[in-house]
Ligand binder design. Structure first.
Ligand code: DX5
Ligand code: ZN
Length: 221
C-alpha cells in the first residue's frame, strides 16, 4: 500500500494532570495529536477548548488535529487558530451546509475536514470531499473514549476510499474510535489513512510500545 498510515493518539484518554509528560513520551513515535473538543451540547460531555490547546501548542511540535464536537464550529475557528490548532474537523450533523466553515478555515489557514457519525451516510459529505483535507468516519458514537469499535464503519470507509480514488482526490480518510490491535487492520484494509487511538495508547501499560505495535499492524498488507 503506498499511502502511509498515520497514527493520531487522542489525548482524551491521557491523564490531564500530566498531559505534557504523557505527550512528550509518545511524541517521537506518532504522526499527529488528536484533540477532542466537546461543548456539552453537540455531545453530552465537556472536554477542553482553546486555552488547553494553547498550552498543548507550547509543549509540543506535533500537528494538532482538533475534532470539534460542538454545535457552532464557525464561531470558534478564529480562537482555535489563535490557540495553535493546525487542523479542525467539523461534524456534518452540526453544519448541514459546511461551506461557510470550510471557507473560513481556508481564510484562516487551517486544514479542515468533515466528520460523519455512525448513523450518517457517506453521501452527506460526498459533495464536499474535494474541498477538505480529511474525511472522518466515526467508529463510535462521539462523546466518550473507551467504546467498542462499530464494524459498520468499515463499509463506509470502503465507499469513501472508492469515491476519493475514482475522483483522484488527495483527501485522507481518518477513522476515530475503538482503534486497537484488533480493529486497526480491518480499518486499514478498508482504506483509512489516519488512525485515532485514545484508550489503546494512553491507557496501555507502555504507550510507546502500544504505538509501535499498532504501526506494525498498519504497515502489514
Ligand atoms: C470520541 C472521540 C475519540 C476518542 C477515541 O468522541 O472523538 O477521539 O477519544 O478514543 P478511543 O480510542 O478510546 O475510542
Ligand atoms: Zn475524536
Amino acid at each position: 500500500m503506498d499511502r502511509p498510515a498515520r497514527i493520531a493518539p487522542s489525548i482524551l484518554a491521557a491523564d490531564f494532570g500530566r498531559l505534557a509528560d504523557e505527550i512528550d513520551r509518545i511524541a517521537p513515535s506518532v504522526d499527529l495529536l488528536h484533540v477532542d473538543v466537546m461543548d456539552g451540547h453537540f455531545v453530552p460531555n465537556i472536554s477542553l477548548g482553546p486555552p488547553v490547546i494553547s498550552s498543548l501548542d507550547r509543549c509540543t511540535d506535533l500537528y494538532l488535529d482538533c475534532h470539534l464536537m460542538i454545535t457552532d464550529p464557525l464561531a470558534y475557528l478564529e480562537p482555535l487558530k489563535a490557540a495553535g490548532a493546525d487542523g479542525v474537523t467539523v461534524h456534518i450533523e452540526a453544519v448541514p451546509d459546511p461551506m461557510p466553515v470550510i471557507g473560513e478555515a481556508h481564510v484562516l489557514g487551517l486544514d479542515v475536514g468533515l466528520v460523519i457519525n455512525p448513523p450518517t451516510p457517506v453521501s452527506a459529505i460526498e459533495p464536499y470531499l474535494g474541498e477538505v483535507t480529511l474525511a472522518v468516519v466515526m467508529s463510535v458514537h462521539p462523546g466518550y473514549g473507551g467504546q467498542e469499535f462499530l464494524e459498520e464503519a468499515l463499509p463506509k470507509i470502503e465507499v469513501l476510499r472508492e469515491i476519493i480514488d475514482s475522483r483522484a482526490l488527495s483527501t485522507d480518510i481518518e477513522v476515530d474510535g475503538g482503534i486497537d490491535l484488533r480493529t486497526a487492520g480491518p480499518a486499514r484494509d478498508a482504506g483509512a489513512d489516519v488512525f485515532v487511538a485514545g484508550t489503546s495508547v494512553f491507557r496501555a501499560h507502555d504507550p510507546v510500545l502500544a504505538v509501535e505495535e499498532l504501526r506494525t499492524i498498519l504497515n502489514q498488507g
